[in-house]
Design a protein around this ligand. Structure first.
Ligand code: ADP
Ligand code: GN1
Ligand code: MG
Length: 360
């Protein structure tokens, strides 16, 4: 995107001050994110092109974000730093439509930072606090939210997509992927059995974040304490377990999500403990017995789902995730599968840790 165009788009938003620069930010796979720097003491902003191929109803998504952030603002001591603040367009809309693309903006939270890797136990603990607090802040949010991506963490729905992808074999890759497809099929029934507990109400549905990787939490740059959860595009009804599981998938990996060196990939059980401790310090009193019982399993569930999603995108010919090499989604599939195996081999220890923490 050229700079002149970006300045034109930015001029549609109710930004204070004169814009000095617009620079790309972050490593997200879905949206295009820019930081808008303004002159003098005016605030800086985040400007984001929302991916409407992935989020088919961007206006509905922005309605969700506006409702959820307004709710959180009423509860926190510092409403400008402890949740996102949407900056509307000059005509008062939550988004601008330019050349068929949707753009939205929010305040850049000053003196904040995010991390791509959880290198310390303290950071993992704080991340757990962040998501736990986010869920608590929304526990009395009763307005129905739009389902911005259908069946996002619903494995029954994912299997419908999966079966269709494998049958269509759009990129002609299925024949060479029999081993990887076997990884998915061998666990299909187990994952569906878990999801049926959500469907029959044994595991409750709540307002959740649904994309809880570490880079979607902002920390205070001075104290390293958690400020808020960001990247709220996927806020909708789901299970608290999905948020926990996705965070464990992201935080505990000793390698990269797309590591080609599988010997680096595995689950760090100490990071697991630290995140679980932070999360449960906020949520222990509110979770049901069934949620506590399935908390550790949720990490396997979401990591499995991620193996399926990366592999399915590879089978489809790389239509969903941004990729930087022809085999990127396959590399991600292998690395996430290694992480899943590591979790499976440490499952008893994970269960033990959760039992200890909920008993304290
Ligand atoms: P993506 O969908 O591309 O992951 P995010 O909304 O997560 O986009 O933003 C990418 C990065 O930009 C974040 O990890 C964080 O470092 C930074 N960021 C996003 N929003 C803000 C904000 N309001 N204030 C400060 N930094 C932000
Ligand atoms: C995407 O947008 P980002 O990069 O935070 C994806 C998540 C995946 C993640 C894998 C809307 O998250 O579900 O777990 O990549 N978001 C969407 O890194 O699909
Ligand atoms: Mg993000």
């Amino acid at each position: 995107m050229n700079n002149e165009k970006l300045f034109q788009i930015a001029s549609l938003f109710a930004f204070e001050g004169e814009i000095e620069s617009i620079e790309p930010l972050g490593e997200g796979f879905i949206n295009d994110t820019y930081v808008v720097t303004t002159a003098g003491s005016s605030p800086n902003y985040i400007l984001q092109r929302k991916n409407h191929n992935i989020f088919p109803d961007v206006p509905a998504m922005m309605d969700n974000i506006a409702a959820v952030t307004a709710h959180i603002k009423r509860k926190v001591a510092d409403p400008m730093r402890q949740t996102l603040t949407i900056t509307p367009t000059r005509t008062g809309e939550l988004y601008a439509q330019v050349d068929g693309n949707f753009w939205a903006a929010c305040l850049f939270i000053s003196r904040s930072k995010s991390y791509e890797r959880a290198d310390t136990l303290a950071l993992a603990y704080q991340g757990g606090v962040g998501i736990g607090r986010f869920q608590s802040q929304l526990s009395d949010f009763t307005t129905p939210l739009h389902e911005t991506i259908k069946g996002f963490h619903n494995i029954r729905h994912r299997f419908e997509q999966w079966d269709a992808s494998v049958a269509a074999d759009a990129a002609g890759r299925v024949a060479e992927l029999q081993t990887e497809i076997g990884w998915i099929e061998s666990r299909r029934e187990k994952m569906l059995a878990f999801w049926s507990l959500v469907e029959d109400g044994t595991i409750p549905t709540r307002v959740t974040h649904n994309d809880t990787k570490l880079s979607n939490i902002l920390f205070d740059a001075d104290t390293d304490e958690v400020l808020c959860a960001i990247d709220l595009d996927t806020v909708m009804s789901s299970t608290s377990l999905n948020d926990f599981g996705d965070a464990i998938r992201s935080y505990t990996n000793t390698g990269a999500e797309d590591d080609r060196d599988l010997s680096r990939v595995g689950m760090d059980i100490d990071i697991f403990r630290a995140y679980a401790e932070g999360y449960l310090s906020e949520r222990k009193e509110s979770l049901t017995q069934s949620e506590k019982q399935w908390l550790a399993f949720s990490a396997l569930y979401i990591t499995y789902e991620q193996v399926l999603r990366f592999l399915m995108d590879y089978i489809d010919g790389d239509k969903y995730y941004k990729t930087t090499s022809a085999d990127h989604n396959l590399v991600r599939t292998h690395a996430q599968y290694r992480l899943l195996q590591s979790m499976e081999s440490q499952y008893d220890a994970m269960q033990q840790i959760v039992s200890e923490l909920v008993a304290e």
